[in-house]
Design a protein around this ligand. Structure first.
Ligand code: NDP
Length: 340
């Protein structure tokens, strides 16, 4: 069983050497003393920015931290190899929290959130993408938090990524004017052509983010879907409309920084009565059926698309994770461990 092991807690930017490949021999069978356990073969593993937060020992961390010398873990799509659980049998396709490894023994189906995949008309990887956590983050942040109205001006940062590309397309379907920012020309092209954003800009090439936002939103922004925080959020705040809404989905620009690096324009939250609300998808699990009912027909009718960046092989998982912090991924970053 090949595994990617988390070496030890880190500070600053993660490095590939913080994760180690280890191989061991295992029996492809649930041990006799394990009741209600499921052994799965991992097909796809998710690679997400929040994993960085799991690599540091911080008080009050919002996600459980990794254990040194144990495999990294996250959402996965897998097939059941053996089971002593009455609800799962060999050959079932599932999504679950799995290890970054070829095979995972799931001893607690509850804490691993294992769910059967019944509909296989969509690509399996979508279950940890547009139909999984990134889809749910987009759904929650836009529909539950921001509540878009026809004609609203919506700005999305990290717009071509796993979450951003869905937010933009949902907002377009809600009749909004949508602009996205991304870090390369190709990503900006993708936003305008493939995902139908009204406009987009490469934030790395703009010398003045405030001017770029003013150019795209001369009347101001109704909804900011924030994936990056930091300088971009600072520039967005004065460009918000009165009663504007900000869905704080993530702040990837801050994840590798030391604490205490501040922002200047937070006062606008009060002065402009901006409602800026954070959220965690884990508290919205009950909405998955709604997400599925919305997205599955849109996918079938070709009204929405989803771009994935698939790293082939478990060995490439550490590099894929590091790449998220320099924007190397184009679309939803995944790791393919084995074929469907
Ligand atoms: P992406 O697929 O968008 O990958 C990360 C992207 O962020 C990179 O490709 C890069 O794109 C951009 N980026 C990296 N570093 C910086 C930086 N310093 N400044 C600006 N942009 C940067 O990731 P996801 O869509 O999976 O996640 C997007 C955000 O949503 C993250 O902040 C994540 O933590 C958060 N999230 C929150 C959830 C929740 O429950 N609240 C659930 C899921 C995700 P580019 O080339 O455009 O710079």
């Amino acid at each position: 069983n090949k595994q990617i092991i988390f070496k030890d807690y880190i500070h600053g930017f993660p490095k590939e050497s913080d994760m180690i490949l280890k191989t061991s021999i295992i029996k492809l069978k649930v041990p006799d003393d394990c009741n209600d356990a499921v052994l799965v073969k991992n097909l796809y593993l998710s690679c997400d920015p929040y994993m960085r937060s799991r690599m540091s020992k911080i008080d009050d961390n919002y996600v459980p931290i990794f254990t040194p010398s144990e495999p990294m873990s996250g959402d996965g799509v897998a097939t059941v190899v053996d089971s002593s659980h009455p609800d799962f049998k060999k050959g079932d396709l599932v999504t679950a929290v799995t290890g970054w490894e070829e095979y995972t023994l799931i001893k607690s189906t509850e804490t691993h959130f294992i769910r059967k995949i019944h509909n296989t008309t969509v690509p399996l990887s979508y279950y940890i993408g547009i139909l999984g956590m990134p889809g749910m983050a987009a759904y929650t942040g836009l529909y539950e938090i921001s509540k878009p109205q026809q004609g609203d001006a919506v700005f999305v940062s990290a717009a071509s990524g796993a979450v951003g590309q869905i937010v933009g397309q949902f907002a377009k379907l809600s009749g909004c004017y949508v602009v996205g920012s991304a870090g390369t020309k190709d990503k900006v092209d993708l936003l305008k052509t493939k995902f139908g954003f009204n406009d987009a800009f490469n934030y790395k090439e703009e010398t003045d983010l405030n001017a770029a936002l003013k150019r795209c939103f001369p009347q101001g922004i109704d909804i900011y879907f924030d994936n990056v925080g930091g300088e971009m959020l600072d520039a967005v705040l004065p460009n918000m409309k009165f009663n504007g809404r900000i869905a704080t989905c993530g702040m990837i620009s801050q994840y590798n920084l030391k604490q205490g690096e501040g922002m200047r324009n937070l006062l606008y939250i009060m002065a402009k009565q901006i409602r800026m609300q954070g959220f965690l998808v884990y508290h919205y699990r009950h909405l998955y059926p709604k997400l599925f009912d919305l997205v599955a027909p849109l996918l079938e009718e070709g009204q929405i698309s989803y771009v994935e960046d698939v790293a082939e092989g478990l060995e490439r998982a550490p590099a894929a994770l590091i790449g998220l912090f320099s924007g190397r991924n184009v679309g939803r970053q995944l790791i393919r461990v084995a074929s469907d």
